[in-house]
Design a protein around this ligand. Structure first.
Ligand code: GLU
Length: 516
């Protein structure tokens, strides 16, 4: 069997939509599973839509996810260049070959002529004018002009496009690995432009020439490209490359979280969720987006989540490492139905990955973020912190958001609970507890717990009377991991200092409540 060669072929027109990452992932999985090659090709022939920085963004996004291309611009490979703008001559030559073999033709219609024709058709009640089988004979092209006229026009440097000559009255059949057989009626297809007046190829020509020359065996891409596939099949035929035509698989749409309609880039801003792998800074705020990375996602969780948007293994297993995905993936198990972008599920995945990652590894990931917040604790402290917090976070940023009290004094107490739980007359009792804790010599969690419990027993106090005060006093909040563990980690000096400050704060909160 020929080696599998798949490509991810984004156009650098802006940030890469998360659906693009899913496409890259499925291609990558197939390549790795079969020992094949995963190729990155940059489809940048549409100069009007080219956005500087987009190619770098695409590469950074792939690398962040761990989808390293085997070939591509900057990655090496024997089939380059991998940027279509650097392959212009190749496309021109191939377009010319098609003209020479009567599979394509020169079209000299000016934009004004085309507009006029479109308007005339509209006036006659036809709103979908198509330059194709039915109309070709009434247009200005090398099919209708004499050889001499064509030669003269070319000699005079008249602008022209090259169009594909779609055969008439044919049913074009495509075997799609996801959808089965899909049919198109050739009379309903237009004679697609292959080469534009500026000598640049269109997507269709460049895509097929490159897939052929790069020996691509499987084309896995979004559903929106399915209609183009009819033209692509015709192009393979026109070139005489049918024998090596790749297998097609068109991935289902990714739907909005509501399940209604296609997920768009605007949905991210509207719902406050990321729909791009990395943040993107466009020229305007409307064109700037947050990313999964900036949201605090682990890339492994993102891949796991994306893998299930349109594919599932047919078992109950939901957590798959990249290695496991490579082993389990199959194109046959890709679904036809649109896949709902369920952000809660993405969060669930992230939580699972964080919980299942060793503390030291988590620390390595979040250390720069902590450092940026001014944290300068040693690794032993930080690892314990990570271990205490990891079941309570969803995003990496939550380690700080929910756990900053490990590193700084409490500025803001949960006032409502402080008001409810603090009994000023009990302050002397809590001062005793504070002193007993202070007397412990570098206690661990169990020792702190034993001390607090002994105190409760001696004073006939229940958990409800004591623990909330310790929590609020030491952490400022009622939420969080075992307060005994938190206190043990902070150390008794800090606990003493925090409790002293808290007693004052609680009294003040109470006084304020009483006055007003
Ligand atoms: N350049 C196309 C895109 O932006 C590639 C489509 C394909 O994979 O054929 O998605």
């Amino acid at each position: 069997m020929t080696k599998v060669r798949v490509r991810f072929a984004p156009s650098p027109t802006g940030a890469l939509h998360i659906g693009g990452v899913r496409t890259a992932l499925y291609n990558y999985l197939l390549a790795r599973q079969t020992g094949g090659q995963f190729i990155l090709r940059i489809e940048d022939t549409d100069q009007t839509r080219y956005v500087p920085g987009a190619e770098d963004y695409i590469k950074e996004a792939l690398e962040w996810c761990g989808l390293h291309p085997d070939e591509g611009p900057g990655y090496g490979g024997d089939y380059g260049p991998y940027r279509q703008s650097e392959r212009k001559v190749l496309y021109q030559k191939h377009a010319q070959d098609l003209v020479d073999n009567d599979k394509a033709y020169y079209a000299f219609d000016t934009p004004e002529e085309l507009d006029a024709r479109r308007e005339a058709e509209k006036a006659a009640g036809n709103h979908s004018f198509r330059y194709g089988v039915q109309t070709r004979a009434s247009m200005r092209n090398s099919e209708t002009l004499s050889a001499q006229e064509v030669a003269d026009l070319l000699a005079a440097d008249t602008p022209y496009t090259i169009r594909l000559k779609v055969p008439s009255d044919e049913i074009i059949k495509i075997q799609d690995s996801v959808r089965g057989e899909v049919q198109f009626q050739s009379n309903e297809l237009d004679d697609k432009i292959l080469l534009k007046t500026d000598g640049m190829p269109t997507y269709h020509l460049a895509n097929i020439v490159d897939d052929h020359l790069m020996e691509i065996t499987h084309v896995i891409r979004g559903e929106e490209w399915l209609p183009s596939t009819a033209h692509h099949v015709l192009l393979y035929r026109a070139f005489g490359w049918e024998d090596t035509m790749p297998t097609f698989a068109h991935l289902p749409l990714i739907l909005k979280p509501t399940g209604k309609g296609k997920l768009s880039k605007r949905d991210g801003a509207k719902l406050g969720i990321p729909v791009f792998p990395l943040a993107w800074k466009g020229d305007t705020p409307e064109d700037s987006f947050t990313g999964f990375r900036e949201f605090g996602f682990d890339p492994r969780a993102v891949l796991n989540f994306l893998a299930f948007l349109g594919w599932n293994p047919g078992t109950e297993q939901e957590i798959f490492s990249l290695e496991e995905l490579i082993a389990a993936f199959s194109v046959e198990k890709i679904g036809k139905a649109g896949a709902r972008f369920d952000f809660d599920k993405a969060k669930w995945y992230n939580q699972q990955y964080i919980i299942n990652t060793p503390d030291a590894d988590l620390l390595a990931t979040i250390k720069p973020m902590l450092a940026a917040k001014g944290v300068d604790k040693d690794d032993a402290f930080l690892e314990t912190f990570v271990g205490l917090m990891k079941e309570r976070v969803i995003f990496y940023g939550d380690f700080w958001e929910k756990g900053s009290y490990f590193f700084q004094e409490i500025e803001q107490y949960d006032e409502k609970n402080a008001r409810k739980k603090w009994k000023p007359e009990k302050q002397p009792l809590f001062e005793t507890l504070r002193d007993q804790l202070k007397a412990l010599d570098a206690p661990d969690e169990a020792a702190v717990e034993a001390c607090v419990k002994a105190f409760m027993e001696a004073n006939e106090l229940g958990f409800g009377a004591v623990l909330p005060i310790l929590r609020l006093g030491v952490a400022g909040t009622m939420q969080g991991p075992s307060i005994f563990a938190v206190m043990a980690l902070l150390g008794m000096d800090a606990v003493e200092q925090r409790l002293n400050k808290a007693f004052d704060a609680f009294n003040e909160i109470k006084a304020r409540a009483a006055n007003g």
